[in-house]
Design a protein around this ligand. Structure first.
Ligand code: P6P
Length: 337
């Protein structure tokens, strides 16, 4: 039985559409695919080997570092650093940018990634994911942190790998959103969701309602409206961003991690969580907002800064944004993450 269109073949066919392309980008993605397969293997057998549980150490954000977090972080770095496609990397797990060692060739791209998002779900066998964003690097000199602080509109590509009932690789380079499912028997990602488009209105809302005592009126009134609508919404919240986002992308709906009185800038990270998913959402016909405006227009000031995030079906996000903008007591965003 033919194995179908593999991700590698799809990337090569995409590359052929741009005769002048160097193939650097395809090479970068191919390395990323290897890292995805390595992490998928470990995630899928985590329960069988002593790799569950925490390392006892904490990351820059004071969060417990899970062993699989560390494994995934190292897997991406070790797989990507020698390919000659990157000038530098930035990871949620690392305080500073990761430069490419002098004995490896340097490339023209920057990779930003969250190696294993939703890690608090690891020990209970709930979906987790890797999220990545790719920027072009200025040609001159060594990459600096400032080269990473670009608005999301400047991304060259973005995507995620979802380790769920199957492992999926979903990405965009600005020409639509495409999803590939790993066939473990063959060891290849096979095209399973070409040209993903998100329904312009969904029937799902995803928000942590335990935070409702901190919500600003704009959020409370929107959620109340959803609950009282003639055709009520369904609440779905896994607590793993990639899983919640992916479900809403395919079925339609809205995910919210808004600014609230406890977290003025929300919880999620701009550069390697909100920006890549916002690029995907927009390429699939959806929207992504901070409440005050388009996520992809936010000009970063810090590598690990947070942002409020309302993302998913276009009409749902626009409605949520309307409630946010109309509220009287609009919260003061504290610009120091
Ligand atoms: P809360 C996981 O820790 C994460 O970063 C995202 O994957 C998820 O959407 C969010 O935090 C859940 O946060 O505060 O609802 O537990």
């Amino acid at each position: 039985m033919p194995i179908g269109m593999t991700l590698t073949k799809f990337l090569l066919e995409e590359q052929r559409k741009y005769p002048g392309s160097s193939g650097n980008f395809t090479g970068l993605f191919s390395d990323l695919v290897v890292a995805a397969k390595v992490i998928s293997r470990e995630v899928n057998r985590a329960g069988l080997i002593d790799i569950l549980g925490a390392t006892g150490s904490k990351n820059i954000h004071g969060e417990e570092v899970q062993k699989l977090d560390e494994f995934a972080n190292n897997a991406v770095i070790k797989t990507m650093e020698h390919g000659g496609h990157l000038a530098a990397m930035a990871s949620e797990e690392m305080d500073d940018i990761i430069t490419i060692h002098s004995h490896y060739p340097k490339g023209r791209y920057l990779l930003l990634f969250d190696p294993l998002d939703g890690s608090s779900n690891i020990d209970v066998n709930v979906c987790v994911g890797t999220i990545f964003s790719i920027l072009k690097c200025p040609p001159d000199g060594d990459a600096t942190e400032a080269d990473f602080l670009k608005p999301g509109v400047e991304q060259a590509a973005a995507g995620y790998i979802l380790y769920g009932s199957s492992t999926m690789f979903v990405y965009t380079t600005g020409h639509g959103v495409h999803g590939f499912t790993l066939d473990p028997g063959v060891g290849e990602f096979i095209l399973s969701h070409e040209d993903i488009t998100v329904p312009e209105r969904g029937g799902i809302y995803s928000i942590n309602e335990a935070n409702n005592k901190h919500w600003y009126p704009g959020t409370s009134l929107y959620i109340e409206k959803l609950k009282s609508a003639d055709k009520p919404c369904t609440a779905r919240y896994i607590g793993s961003l990639v899983a919640d986002f992916h479900r809403n992308l395919l079925k339609g709906g809205v995910f919210l991690y808004p600014s609230d009185r406890k977290s003025k800038n929300g919880k999620l990270r701009l550069l390697y969580e909100a920006n890549p998913l916002s690029f995907i959402a927009e390429q699939a016909g959806g929207r992504a907002s901070t409440g005050d405006g388009r996520v992809l227009d936010v000009v970063p000031t810090e590598l690990h800064q947070r942002t409020p995030l309302i993302i998913g079906s276009r009409l749902d996000v626009e409605e949520a944004e309307g409630f946010w903008k109309r509220q009287e007591a609009k919260p003061p965003l504290d610009l120091h993450p």
